[in-house]
Design a protein around this ligand. Sequence first.
Ligand code: UDP
Ligand code: MG
Length: 153
Amino acid sequence: MMAAERTFIAIKPDGVQRGLVGEILGRFERKGFKLVALKQLTPTRELAEKHYGVHRERPFFEGLVAFITSGPVVAMVWEGDGVIASARKLIGATKPLDAEPGTIRGDLAVNIGRNVIHGSDGCETAAFEIGLWFNSTELNNWQPSDYVWRVES
Ligand code: UDP
Ligand code: MG
């Protein structure tokens, strides 16, 4: 079987501290994606700087790294056809006031610096971020019993 598409998702410290972990996990589960890895950790500065390396020159970088390392993050890998783009749709626009109602940020956030969740923005980013946050032994290769109902025929 071909390796299906995977994306890296992280509930940021605001999402964890506001008690939104279950709400957010539920949206990905109900959509029908498959959870292949899940852990809670407080990121080191090194991990946070690598994760947000593309934003190193941006004015918000220091604040972003300080925030993301300030407490526990729930890091996940979700799998499914089209999961990278679909997860970005479920998440909504970066600026929560521009995010559509029905999206995670549209429903649950108001502040761009506290927008609850991260999701990989493309194939290469997803591969990089999954490798950065997880060891291969933490990624579970499994087939849900309703697998045939999840794939387009
Ligand atoms: N961010 C911020 N101020 C900005 C732009 C971004 O604090 O003006 C933060 C915000 O938390 C965002 C993260 O930096 O989620 C990464 O920015 P990106 O443009 O990659 O947005 P995302 O991919 O998370 O939607
Ligand atoms: Mg991004």
